[in-house]
Design a protein. Structure first.
Length: 112
């Protein structure tokens, strides 16, 4: 019986993990699941249709800080949201958290 020339052939490299998209507000990677929400750049109550996916905590902070009218009139672009002082401070804080981080103090209004 003849042995192969290379008894330990090289194994193919495992497929690369696809790069996760970044949250448009905080820039952290987004992990599929319960930590994500869709944010309408112009609120649906004002006819907005375009939505972006972002972390649930980032989405909640936007709506905690800004009214729907402010979102419609001034903050309907991601750069404008990042430029708001309260949201900029939030982004500096949340960037140190893992991508799946959900604040334990934040609750959904429907559950109250």
């Amino acid at each position: 019986m003849r042995l192969p020339d290379d008894p330990f052939p090289a194994r193919p490299a495992p497929p690369a993990e696809p790069e996760r998209p970044a949250c448009p507000l905080c820039g952290r990677p987004m992990v599929p699941g319960g930590s994500l929400n869709d944010h309408h750049l112009i609120p649906r109550t004002y006819g907005g249709r375009e939505a972006v996916t972002m972390h649930r905590i980032c989405h909640a902070k936007i709506h905690a800080v800004l009214t729907e009218r402010q979102l419609r009139d001034q903050y309907h672009e991601i750069d404008a949201l990042r430029g708001h002082p309260d949201l900029a401070a939030f982004v500096r804080w949340v960037r140190r958290k893992p991508p799946e981080f959900v604040d334990g103090h934040a609750t959904d209004r429907r559950r109250r």
